[in-house]
Design a protein. Structure first.
Length: 152
């Protein structure tokens, strides 16, 4: 487990930068970075719209950009995401045994957080105002795209 005092707010800022980039490109403003030993090794944002993809949520894009990693690398990583991970992204977190997930906000959407906790994942919920604002503004402007993204 990662000590909450060792979490660096710059990494959540990097995830927010990804979310903003995704929105500017016409997509959904969710961003993510994967950190190992204090270094960003992967970054991504939701690209479902831009790529016509069914699966390129921010966390999935981030893991893809990190490339192939060893089990040991995943097991000492921290995943930062601007929004609570959905079922699909939570499955990837569990598959690769990522021990800690820092969530920018879970007010606008809450994934299976209790399931992650029950499986040993440490969640740090930051309730970051910038993350909340990005999602609230997006959902208000394009609720149908948001509902498509979360399968509703």
């Amino acid at each position: 487990m990662v000590d909450a005092r060792s979490l660096d707010p710059r990494f959540l800022d990097a995830a927010i930068e990804e979310a903003v980039a995704g929105r500017r490109a016409g997509g959904i403003p969710i961003g993510s970075v994967l950190v190992i030993d204090g270094e960003i090794v992967g970054r991504g944002h939701n690209k479902r719209v831009q790529s016509g993809s069914a699966v390129l949520h921010a966390e999935m894009d981030c893991l893809e950009s990190a490339g192939r990693l060893t089990a040991a690398e995943y097991q000492r990583s921290v995943l930062y995401s601007t929004l609570s991970p959905c079922d699909m992204c939570s499955g990837a977190i569990l598959l690769y045994k990522i021990p800690t997930v820092v969530v920018g906000e879970n007010r606008t959407f809450q994934g299976p957080e209790e399931h992650l906790r029950n499986r040993g994942v440490e969640l740090q919920i930051m309730d970051n105002a910038d993350c909340v604002h990005l999602m609230e503004a997006f959902i208000a402007k394009d609720p149908s795209l948001w509902h498509e993204d979360i399968g509703e």
